[in-house]
Every structure is written in C-alpha cells, then in structure tokens.
Design a protein around this ligand. Structure first.
Ligand code: HEM
Length: 403
C-alpha cells in the first residue's frame, strides 16, 4: 500500500514528522501524485541538494509569478514587486547581488548590539503578563517579541510593530498561496503589498535624510555598489521582515511547548544555564520552523535512482532530514544534550539563513527569562493547532497557564 502523500491533510499538519517517516521508509525520494512534486526526506539527499548550486529557486516561484501577473497584474503590482528584492527567490548572479549587501551589513557585531535590547523587550513583555493567568503565548509573547526585534533591526519605531505583524500575516498568504485556504487571499495580499510599498518608500526617504546605526541605514550605503533599485530595497526590507518574523515566533512557540512536555529538561536548564545554547539547537531540530523548501533542476538529474526531469519541483524536507535516524539517534526524543547536532533548520549552501545568529539570540533570551519568571508555567489540555501550510511548522496559538 502506498503511504498517504497529502502534506496538507490534517494528519500531516498535526504530525509532519510521522508523515515524513512513512515517506522515507517507502522511498526517501518520493513522487507525490497529489502535489506532482518529488518529496525528499533523507538527510544526506536534502543537505546535498541544498548545497547544489545548479538547482534553481527562481524557477520554483517563476511559474506561479507569471500566472499571477497574467491574471492580476494591476491588483498585485506592488505585492509582486516586493518579491523583486527577495534574494531567496533569485539565482546567482542576481542572488549574489541581493545577498552581499545584506550579508556585509547584518554583521555578528550588529546582532551583539541588539542583545541588550532583546532582553529589555523580553522583560517588558513578561512584565505585562505578570497579573495574567491563562494566556495565548503566541499572540502575547512570541509574535510581539519577534516584531519588536525586527523593528530594532531595521531601525523602525516600535509603534510600527502592529503593522508589521498584520502585514506578515497577510503577505504570508502570497507565499503560502492557495494552501493558506483563505478565499479572500488575493485582496489581503494586494492591500499588504500596497501598504508596505507606500510605508517603506517614506521610511527609506527618512533614513536617507537621517541615517542611524540600523540595518536599513547600512543597506542604503552597502547596496550602492550593487546598484539596487528602490523597488529592490523595499523588497529586501519585506524579505527580512517576513523571513525573520514567522520563523522565529514559530521557534519560540513550539520551543516552549516542547520544553513543557519535557519538564526534566526545564529543570536542568534552570540548574545549568550554560545548557541553553545546545537546547535551542535541539528545539530547532525537533520542530524545525520550515518544513520544506523548493528547488528546481534546470537540467535532468538523477537522485536516489530516480530520473528527475528539468523543471520538476523538489521539495527538500528540512523537518524530515532533521528526523532522519541515519543521522540523529532516537530522533523523536528531545535531547538537549544532543551532540553533534548537525540540523539544517537554517538551510545550507548559498541561501543559508542570514538571520540565524539573531534568531538564536532571541530564543535564548526568551526561554531563559520566561521559565525564570514563571516557574509554574504549564500547558492547558487544548489540542495544539498548527499552521495548515506546506512550508511552515508553527503553532497558531499556545494556550498556557502562567501561575
Ligand atoms: C528560527 C528562525 C529562523 C529559521 C528557522 C530560518 C530558516 C531559514 C531557512 C531554512 C532559509 C533557507 C531557505 C532556502 O534555502 O530555500 C532561510 C533563509 C533566509 N533567512 Fe532565515 N530563518 C530564521 C530567522 C531569520 C531571521 C531572524 C532573519 C532576518 C531578520 C532571516 C533572514 C533570512 C534571509 C534573508 C534568508 C535568505 C537567504 C538567501 O536566500 O540567500 N531568517 N532562513
């Protein structure tokens, strides 16, 4: 009997690790008749293909983009133009031209400088929860924290954070496409595109007039060599915001849940805080915030004994690779001491995540202070609700009791 192959089925959304395990045991290079893509679930293949520079990400979105522009060019003008600045959806040499200025500007020193502010934001948010009992940790802590940190990173006023959060939610419908299952998704995406464009045109003019130490101010200078257009600059801001927001808040939400399901680990972390960096790596592995990313071969290739035609889509299963028993002993067990832990939650190769240091810093600060401040923190008996998309592994809500 062939395994279920619908990555959007309720079972696969609830337990993607189990879903991927069945595919891997059948064939780690699996042709999904339903999605008409190859789903790759073995660590070795997934890691190697991320490193393969001849695979395209631009073609992964190309057909979708042409179709959207053919059907809704006017409506989605600004939304689609934001994607011009997304290095993730471009191949070299355009990818290199878009990535280099961000890589040069988003230095480890910049992340170090942000750490005290991250800690202050964590404290402010936890203070605001002090007198509450039952809360949703995603909307009251994980999402506001990531939005505040992105504001700091880009040098935006903290009052922008509500806009950024709702923008990320609406624009996400374009990235997750029809799988967002929202019948009105085109109008939300169009509005999100128009608003972002208008707002960041203004912000960029203000930064040019009075630059600061933030990433956006630096990008204005760093991108002159690469001759970025204004549209690419606005698009790059939208990429940083989007890439940094949902993923990091997903890690915070699922990370807290996984720690609460393993109370012995929480006790160990309290006794020995030096275990926190390793714990964050294990939480990244265990519920990697990105389930799959697309790559497209531009010439025919062979993987795992299968002939893959040029243009066919490969879904590289990050979460699947991070649970491959060939690399991770007892992969379904959360082990904060796991070493080595070569997870690929941040990808690999030329598109390797540029925000990994920031995400790690945020997670360490958030987990440490949350468990210190609320030692009785616990889960309620609500069934977890996970985002129903192919790409992300994130909790829609995390109801907890604080005291
Ligand atoms: C836990 C948090 C995060 C996770 C799990 C994550 C994961 C990833 C992954 C898997 C990729 C590679 C995608 C591919 O190869 O197709 C990526 C790329 C990227 N990420 Fe992150 N990310 C996180 C946080 C952030 C943050 C905080 C930022 C910045 C504020 C950021 C910025 C980027 C950028 C700019 C890229 C594109 C790199 C390129 O195409 O060259 N990410 N991320």
């Amino acid at each position: 009997m062939s395994p279920p192959d619908d990555l959007l089925s309720p079972d696969a959304i609830r337990d993607p690790q189990g879903f991927f395990r069945q595919l891997r045991e059948t064939d780690p290079v699996f042709w999904s008749k339903r999605h008409k893509v190859w789903i790759l679930t073995g660590y070795e293949d997934v890691e190697r293909l991320f490193q393969n520079r001849s695979l395209s990400t631009a073609q992964g979105i190309g057909t979708f983009r042409s179709r959207m522009m053919a059907e809704h060019a006017q409506l989605l003008k600004h939304a689609m133009s934001l994607l011009d600045g997304w290095m993730l959806f471009n191949d070299p040499p355009v990818h290199t031209r878009l990535r280099d200025p961000v890589r040069r500007s988003f230095s480890p020193a910049m992340v170090d400088r942000l750490v005290p502010r991250i800690e202050r934001h964590v404290t402010t948010l936890l203070d605001s929860l002090q007198d509450s009992q039952a809360i949703d940790l995603v909307s009251r802590f994980a999402q506001p924290l990531t939005a505040m940190v992105i504001c700091d990173l880009l040098g935006l006023d903290l009052s922008e954070r509500e806009f950024l959060r709702s923008w990320a939610r609406d624009f996400g419908k374009l990235i997750y496409g029809a799988s967002s299952r929202d019948p009105n998704y085109l109008s939300s995406v169009a509005r999100a595109g128009d608003q972002f464009h208008e707002r960041f045109q203004r912000t960029i003019a203000e930064k040019r007039a009075s630059p600061g130490e933030d990433l956006l101010s630096r990008l204005l200078t760093a991108s002159t060599d690469e001759q970025w257009t204004e549209s690419e600059l606005i698009g790059a801001c939208s990429m940083l915001l989007f890439a940094g927001h949902d993923t990091t808040s997903a890690l915070l939400g699922s990370g807290v849940r996984n720690l609460l399901l393993n109370p012995a680990s929480v006790t160990e972390l309290k006794v020995d805080p030096s275990l926190m960096p390793g714990a964050v790596e294990e939480l990244l592995r265990f519920d990697s915030p990105s389930k799959t990313f697309i790559r497209v071969p531009v010439t025919p290739m062979q993987v795992g004994g299968h002939d893959i035609a040029a243009g066919q889509h490969l879904w590289l299963g990050i979460l699947a690779a991070d649970h491959d028993p060939a690399v991770f002993a007892d992969p379904e067990r959360l082990d904060i001491h796991r070493s080595p832990n070569p997870h690929i939650a941040f990808g690999a190769g030329i598109h390797f995540c540029l925000g990994s240091a920031l995400a790690r810093a945020e997670a360490r600060a958030a987990f440490t202070s949350l468990f210190e401040r609320f030692p009785k923190l616990r889960l309620t008996d609500h069934e977890p609700r996970w985002s129903p998309t192919i790409v992300d592994r994130s909790l829609l809500e995390l109801p907890v009791l604080l005291n």
